[in-house]
Write a protein that binds this ligand. Structure first.
Ligand code: HEM
Ligand code: HEM
Length: 176
């Protein structure tokens, strides 16, 4: 039975908070864009934007924590190419989870609608401009596809090593 080094409680708690927020944001994003114009649509857009900005703030803490706390060494026998792929997917997550809220904020800023954080008005970084709004909306949509690809690769990697050498790989990310 191998011994498995774990991520710190802070790192794993932040990991699962981000997973929940990302799932909620995808759910809201897909749901709200199908709604007809009206107060319901406005409510769900505002909620999506507030939760998206929350995720951005959580990511700032997560990145700061990650920079000062290196991940635990992996003592399982995993092929080098898999470790390299996993690391690159992790780095790509960090980049995408900053780029995604920013493209959303820009898209919102050029839409002509207000951007608020749970009702508290935030500065807009643009003016009503259709082409810029379309550009940032497309970037936001493209970035969400890239996140989905990374999630698929990430899950394939985690699931393929769930039980190895008598330990559960998932334990590395258990907050307790
Ligand atoms: C990591 C955080 C976020 C995720 C995962 C996310 C995800 C999504 C998804 C899946 C959609 C539907 C896109 C489509 O129709 O293809 C969407 C739409 C949208 N999101 Fe986000 N979002 C995030 C953050 C934000 C933030 C911070 C804002 C604004 C402050 C925002 C504003 C919007 C707006 C305005 C739309 C609808 C129109 C458009 O595509 O621009 N999002 N989001
Ligand atoms: C939105 C979905 C997800 C995102 C964005 C995400 C992101 C990440 C990131 C960035 C890391 C590297 C942590 C670091 O080095 O700081 C990581 C590690 C990990 N994640 Fe996820 N994750 C997601 C979903 C999941 C799910 C659903 C599971 C479990 C089924 C999972 C299990 C793990 C495990 C076990 C590790 C540790 C891998 C290792 O040993 O290096 N993740 N995740």
């Amino acid at each position: 039975m191998s011994h498995l080094e774990k991520y710190t409680t802070v790192a794993s708690t932040l990991h699962w908070v981000v997973v929940i927020l990302v799932c909620v944001l995808f759910g809201l994003g897909w749901f709200m864009t199908d709604l007809p114009p009206g107060p319901d649509r406005g409510f769900y857009f505002a909620t999506h934007k507030s939760i998206g900005i929350t995720l951005f703030v959580v990511m700032v803490f997560r990145l700061a924590w990650r920079l000062f706390n290196r991940p635990p060494p992996l003592e399982l026998d995993v092929a080098n190419w898999k470790i390299l792929l996993a690391k690159n997917v992790h780095y790509t997550f960090y980049i995408l989870l900053f780029v995604q809220p920013l493209t959303g904020y820009f898209s919102s800023s050029f839409s002509g609608y207000d951007t608020s954080f749970y009702g508290y008005p935030l500065p807009t970084w643009g003016w009503k401009h259709e082409s810029f709004n379309t550009f940032f909306s497309a970037a936001h949509s493209l970035c969400s596809m890239a996140i989905l690809i990374c999630v698929t690769l990430h899950l394939a990697g985690v699931i393929s090593h769930v039980y190895q050498e008598g330990v559960s790989f998932l334990d590395r990310m258990k907050p307790w």
